[in-house]
Design a protein around this ligand. Sequence first.
Ligand code: HEM
Length: 497
Amino acid sequence: MSAIENQGRPVELGDVQGLVRFGYKHLTEACFLLLRVSDPAAARAWLAQAPVTSAIKTDRLPETALHVAFTSEGLRALEVAPDLCAEFSAEFVAGMTSDGARARRLGDVGANDPGGWKWGAGERVPHVAVLLYARAGRLAAWEQEIEAQCAAGFVRIERLSTSDTQLKEPFGFDDGISQPKVDWERARPVRDQDQLEYRNLTCLGEFLLGYPNEYGLYTPRPLLAPQRDPGGLLPRAEDAPDRADVGRNGCYLVLRQLQQDVQGFWRELDRQAGGDVDLRERLAAAMVGRKKDGEPLAVPSGESGGAATPRSKPNDFTYRDDPRGLRCPLGAHIRRTNPRNADLPPGGRGILSRLWRMLGFNAAALEQDLVASTRFHRLLRRGRKYGVDAAPARSSPGAETGIHFICLAANIKRQFEFVQSAWLVGSKFAGLTGESDPLLGHRLPDMGDFPTDGFSIPQADGPDRRLTGLPQFVTVLGGAYFFLPGISALRYLATTR
Ligand code: HEM
């Protein structure tokens, strides 16, 4: 059946791991267990019946949730057939720390070099991640129970603890505000047509394998002859009904431990602001693109892009009326990670205007043209902060704080790696020079030996205000690419050989 014939067909929510649909904000406690297989048979026995939480909504919110994801090394350690493993995407198969070129693209150089990571390189590549979420006060007992179940098959190489979801991220900003709206109803027309307006509603296939993506296509994934699934565990592929679909209802999960130097961040802003407290706050907001309370800079005070107040709907805006970055700098973190643009630079709806822009003749929009269509590069963020306590972030000197960054995507390369390398690490984003992401940049010179440690804040009445010599605020301490399978694929992978 074609993608169009499948439009509107219900999603098998009972087969999708709940993390794809829910952020579990009410489950304020969480920890991530990174495991290596010590006894494949025992590991498979646990995975075959692990109490994984599905994406079905229940009348009462769950008290706990559990999710399981594998690295490609993990699949091999579990003795999954090599030809099946090889059919996953190349970047998943190779792994996050596969080679120097990938490290350079991802900005994993200098202090971020995988050689210095706590986990994720060499013998410390995890095989399996078990993500545990619980209501306040419930995690410790739940974790003990799960660890006891896993003990026969795995050794734990790392336990990533997290902080309460209600707290701000360590630099002191509201987090977890903007997310793509996932098209769970499959209401988006399945065709690859230019989108002239930015829309937040994103095709399910951008996040879940086995469904059409923003191109109207099914992302490649392992598809098997039915004989390889004699128990009939796997769903059939929508686009190839004679094949068993190992990817369907699963997705890739990118996990990175990002340590934040909170003291260093505010010290530098104090220096840049010459001790002016108000200016310091404005500079910090310019770097993020939102004020600490989440209010987006792109929306003029008192307006909200159609909503009652900016606070009530702080995500309904674009940068269309701020092409020079006078309100929100072009290089601000949220503008880099989601430029909120359409497939063509802004312009009229008529056919001539459209043709003009398609051919790249709109010189005024050249900079927007340098930023590829956002809809092919969306990320579903599911990270949690760590090391933050209820006291204001600045009052805990010495404590290691940061974000266990998690994002979900159907295509690691086109989504996570593109955003990370072209938009965050890249020093040519939107025609800028001499700068990379103001929060995440590693500050080392780029390939052409140009500096990346600046940040420009355009001014209406003169040249840009330019910050230079920014130090590194965020250091990568670990990371890996995982596959978060559909629940039937999890059972299949645990029982097949
Ligand atoms: C320690 C590291 C990081 C910090 C402190 C940080 C902080 C923030 C903050 C404060 C926001 C605004 C609130 C929100 O919309 O949720 C935000 C948004 C966002 N961040 Fe980050 N972030 C970090 C790392 C990353 C990384 C590594 C990526 C991607 C590779 C990323 C992608 C995004 C995206 C996609 C948004 C939403 C943008 C939008 O739709 O407007 N962030 N981040």
